[in-house]
Write a protein that binds this ligand. Structure first.
Ligand SMILES: [Zn+2]
Ligand SMILES: [Zn+2]
Length: 314
């Protein structure tokens, strides 16, 4: 196969575009696809201060790399989850990348910030690790962005991630989730305070194997191993199912996701949970108001439960 641009030997074959690319033109192709996504969805501008949630994996390092190459002011944020050697190695990958690129990286850990790790949290609360982990990551990414004065929070969710989420939301007809599933979540303000920073996903047009190829061709040393706690994760099963469909007819994923955004998402807009949102009495994060009760967000509730049980076990 030859590169569709220069006719040199192709190193990557993108079947859904029916095109091959040499190294340099593949890198340019990814840059162009991401630039187009940023523009089409009005994600951010060169004046914005951007915080990139970095896990040390291929997607988050790839999106950070593309933003830096495109000239954006992008700082990395690594959150240590305390998942043994996996967390150590993922942090090493994030730190090594930041040093190699001379990019700014903020590092925090759940243990230092809140007094527990993800495995401890799962044991203490009796919830599956992925749910406590997701709750803490969303909370900490947002908190770091607000505290450090960033306008935008970027995550490395790729096309496969978004399709798997969409697939799960459709299987269970989570209509309120379908109403909110978008490449951009606008900032949220209560009174005069921004309580949720604007969140964007610039890789929604990039498939998982494309972001892996990009990282490889750019010489980015990312952590290949998966989190040891995801075993049995439903998102994984959805990805496997969709990959089978994609292999049989390339373009399925892209058609499902972008078809959803164009044709179906507007129809679910009215399904969004429009309960009144107030500030958590402990931390100020937005939470649903309940008649006659102090408003307390799910993060603060989970944290209080975990620390109480930890104390009891001493
Ligand atoms: Zn080429
Ligand atoms: Zn709270």
């Amino acid at each position: 196969m030859k590169c569709k641009v220069c006719r040199e030997h192709a190193v990557v074959d993108v079947r859904r575009h029916n095109a091959g690319f040499c190294r340099d033109h593949f890198v340019k192709h990814i840059h162009d696809q991401v630039a187009r996504t940023i523009k089409d969805f009005k994600m951010f501008s060169p004046d914005d201060r951007i915080l990139v949630a970095v896990s040390g994996g291929k997607d988050s390092l790839a999106v950070w790399d593309v933003l830096l190459d495109l000239g954006y002011d992008a700082t990395g944020f690594y959150l240590g989850l305390g998942i043994g050697g996996y967390s150590d190695r993922s942090k090493d990958a994030a730190v090594a990348y930041a040093e190699a690129k001379d990019a700014k990286l903020i590092v925090r850990t759940l243990a230092e910030e809140h007094g527990y790790t993800v495995p401890e949290l799962a044991k203490l609360t009796g919830r599956v690790p992925c749910s406590g982990c997701g709750l803490n990551k969303r909370y900490e990414f947002n908190r770091a962005a607000l505290e450090e004065g960033f306008d935008i929070l970027v995550t490395g969710h790729n096309l496969d991630d978004e399709v798997a989420t969409l697939f799960g939301n459709v299987l269970h007809w989570n209509t309120d989730m379908l109403a909110r599933q978008a490449p951009v979540l606008e900032e949220r303000v209560i009174g005069r305070d921004t309580v949720f920073v604007k969140k964007v996903k610039p890789l929604v047009r990039i498939a998982e194997r494309e972001s892996a190829a990009y990282a490889l061709l750019k010489g980015i040393d990312y952590i290949v191993e998966e989190c040891p706690m995801v075993e049995g994760n439903t998102q994984h099963r959805y990805k496997e199912a969709i990959t089978l469909l994609e292999e049989a007819s390339p373009g399925t994923k892209q058609q499902m996701y972008f078809g959803f955004l164009k044709k179906a998402a507007p129809k679910f807009a009215g399904e969004a949970d429009d309960a009144e949102v107030v500030a958590c009495s402990e931390c100020g994060a937005p939470t649903i108001a309940h008649e006659g009760r102090e408003p307390r967000c799910s993060f603060c509730k989970t944290k209080a439960l975990a620390l109480k049980r930890k104390d009891e076990r001493r």
